[in-house]
Design a protein around this ligand. Structure first.
Ligand code: NDP
Ligand code: OXD
Length: 307
């Protein structure tokens, strides 16, 4: 069974070994040098494939994303399912990242760091988690898990999704009409949406204005979700007290980007969560087995929705 692999960010050998543990007949081909006979290729496993890479593969049965996001697969061959990665290790990593940043803001570490810089011993009033309203945009695999973990810690959690959800302990908002009321009750906004035409620049001047003054933003989804100028203006004006960004419109973030100089901004280099071959290979190969059995893959992208 031939699988075509491409990722500018990963070591193909690690993936070959991880996949081979589950696929005895694996014929692992690395694009472009190892393409070989195109007709033999049944599956592709990719991260940011270059334009046209997936063309001319007549027997391709599915394109697997090396991540949960799929917007990086810009031109999938028509009729071939694109499958996003759903993996417990990836989910746990994201929930850890989001929880760490929510706790950081809720327990006012940025304000204690300011006090420390001034050599000031100042206790701030103690607050309970229930007094802090966290809002998670995206209630899918990652957003749903993060929201549940935060609710279990006692935060007052709401979720915003495209369709209506009734999740235990989470106040549900959905659709365009639910967005502004959701933002209005949110002290810490977490973005875990997929990047689609509907969600591009969703964190913009209008939506930032709908947050309570002094709110925080955590964007661990995609840089394309944030209008960068609007974010800088909101930090400058104090509308936002701080923000954590793991993802950027251009990655790596260019050295001269103003984000590097914004003092209330925390930047991480797209590490909120990571795909670990040993774990992800089990999920991907189980899905390959389904397809080879003539069944539909799990977690296939709906081309009309774009996620
Ligand atoms: P899912 O597809 O499981 O969930 C997507 C959620 O977003 C769903 O709840 C969906 O609503 C909601 N949504 C989509 N479009 C809209 C819209 N127009 N309005 C309101 N809600 C919308 O995705 P995952 O949770 O698996 O992943 C989310 C994203 O996280 C990925 O696409 C990727 O970009 C990012 N990511 C970032 C990583 C990092 O390291 N920084 C690592 C992994 C992922 P509904 O439930 O109604 O369909
Ligand atoms: C993903 C990512 O989409 O790592 O999984 O960003």
């Amino acid at each position: 069974m031939a699988l075509l692999f491409y990722s500018p960010d990963d070591d193909p050998e690690r993936w070959r070994k991880a996949l081979a543990r589950h696929l005895a007949d694996l014929d692992f081909r690395v694009w472009p040098g190892g393409l070989g006979e195109a007709a033999g290729i049944e599956f592709a496993l990719v991260w940011r494939p270059p334009p046209g890479m997936l063309d001319g593969l007549p027997n391709l049965k599915a394109v697997f994303s090396l991540g949960a996001g799929v917007e990086h697969i810009a031109d999938p061959p028509p009729g071939v399912p694109v499958v996003r990665l759903v993996d417990p290790v990836l989910t746990r990593g994201m929930t850890e990242y989001v929880s760490a940043r929510v706790l950081h803001y809720f327990r006012e570490f940025p304000l204690y760091a300011d006090s420390q810089r001034r050599g000031e011993w100042r206790k701030r009033p103690f607050r309970q988690a229930a007094e802090c309203r966290v809002g998670v945009m995206g209630q899918g695999v990652l957003g749903g898990d993060a929201a549940a973990a935060l609710a279990a810690m006692g935060f007052s959690v709401a979720g915003w999704s495209r369709t209506q959800k009734r999740l235990d302990g989470i106040e549900g908002f959905h659709g365009e009409s639910g967005l502004i009321p959701f933002l209005g009750r949110t002290d810490i906004l977490v973005c875990l949406l997929p990047l689609t035409p509907e969600t591009e620049d969703i964190v913009n001047a209008r939506t930032l204005e709908a947050l309570p003054r002094g709110a925080y933003l955590i964007n661990a989804a995609r840089g394309g979700h944030v209008d960068e100028e609007a974010l800088l203006a909101a930090l400058e004006s104090g509308r936002l007290a701080g923000a954590t960004l793991d993802v950027f419109k251009t990655e790596p973030l260019p050295a001269d980007h103003p984000f590097w100089r914004a003092s209330s901004l925390t930047i991480t280099p797209h590490i909120a969560s990571l795909t670990v071959p040993a774990s992800a290979a089990a999920e991907i190969t189980a899905n390959i087995a389904r397809i080879r059995d003539g069944r539909e893959p799990l977690h296939a992208v709906d081309p009309a929705r774009g996620y």
